[in-house]
Write a protein that binds this ligand. Structure first.
Ligand code: NAP
Length: 295
């Protein structure tokens, strides 16, 4: 097994998530590869992806490694690009998944991940921290895997504040990945992670593919996108929202799920966008008006 070059996370940027590119019933493998390629080929300082987010559960019924093999395409293009993967959750049918946080399962999952990715993942997450039988036992296994060098960093996904606090004494976690859509979710786990120095990955920042149109949820930011586009600076509300998140939420990396090359590149370019006071205030007001004051 080749150990990848150091793959630390750049301090600011957007993560490309692969869930829809594998799980959607109409996912087109060629288009999925184009999206990953576009995100990995572009250098970080020109709006490339800061990392790729995949999982054992991002699988087809016939291929449990489909999501990690797609992530591997990014590694081939940009060696060292950090790959986040998740263990303990696996696809067992067309629409059925199994949760298993046992040592046996986590060790098996990470061994396959390392094989497919060409080395230990930059970050290994327990996918369903909210659904395993004994979270503290699973966390102990994650810490062992990190100590043994089988994962560079470890953390939890889908862990609420109560769960995070319940395992705080077990050992130091590196990261948490939870849903943090604009104005629809609590920021309390993010605030906890910020205080504790734990990296936070905010998945589904736009609320996922079935959410109400983003512009209706952030009207002030949307008005700015329209005004700036009209003034000759074409910019989408998605890009402004991501840039605002990067600006307002230190230690937080949004994880997006575009299904087109155009939307992927448009959103990823948020990492190169300067946030001015007008945008900062519009974003804070939109989020606040949904009852979620920024930390
Ligand atoms: N840890 C977990 O349990 C967990 C759970 C869910 C998701 N995730 C991760 O988070 C990732 C993102 O989740 P998600 O796909 O639900 O959420 P999302 O990124 O909030 O929503 C995806 C939707 O946003 C649209 N979009 C993105 N950029 C756009 C742009 N610039 N202009 C217009 N539309 C744009 C996409 O449109 P198009 O389809 O037209 O591109 C797609 O419909 C997943 O791929 C996965 O890696 C993790």
């Amino acid at each position: 097994m080749t150990v990848p070059v150091d793959s630390s996370f750049a301090p600011r940027g957007v993560v490309l998530g692969l869930a829809s590119l594998v799980l959607d019933a109409d996912a087109d493998p060629a288009r999925s590869r184009d999206i990953v390629r576009a995100a990995a080929e572009r250098p970080l300082n020109q709006g490339g992806a800061v990392a790729i987010d995949t999982a054992r559960a991002y699988a087809t019924v016939d291929d449990e490694t489909a999501g990690e093999r797609l992530a591997r395409e990014a590694v081939e293009l940009r060696p060292g690009i950090p790959i986040i993967t998740k263990a303990g959750h696996s696809r067992v049918g067309v629409s059925s998944w199994d949760v298993d946080g046992s040592a046996e399962r986590l060790r098996r999952d990470v061994a396959i991940s390392a094989e497919v990715l060409g080395g230990p993942p930059a970050l290994l997450l327990l996918h369903r921290a909210d659904r395993v039988d004994d979270l503290a036992a699973s966390v102990r296994v994650l810490l062992e895997l990190r100590d043994e060098g089988l994962a560079q960093r470890v953390g939890l996904s889908n862990a609420n504040l109560e769960l995070l606090e319940s395992v705080a004494g077990v050992g130091r976690l590196d990261a948490v990945q939870n849903r943090l859509g604009v104005g629809v979710d609590s920021f309390e786990e993010y605030a906890y992670c910020l205080d504790e120095g734990i990296d936070f990955f905010a998945y589904a920042p736009f609320g996922g593919p079935r959410a109400a149109p983003l512009a209706t949820r952030v009207p002030r930011v949307s008005a700015l996108a329209t005004a700036r586009t009209t003034a000759g600076e074409p910019v989408s509300v998605h890009r402004l929202v991501l840039a605002s998140m990067l600006d307002a939420l230190p230690g937080c990396w949004p994880v997006i799920g575009p299904r087109r090359v155009e939307s992927a590149l448009d959103s990823l370019a948020a990492s190169t966008l300067e946030v001015d006071d007008e945008l900062r205030e519009a974003f804070a007001a939109d989020v606040y008006s949904r009852g979620v004051p920024l930390p």
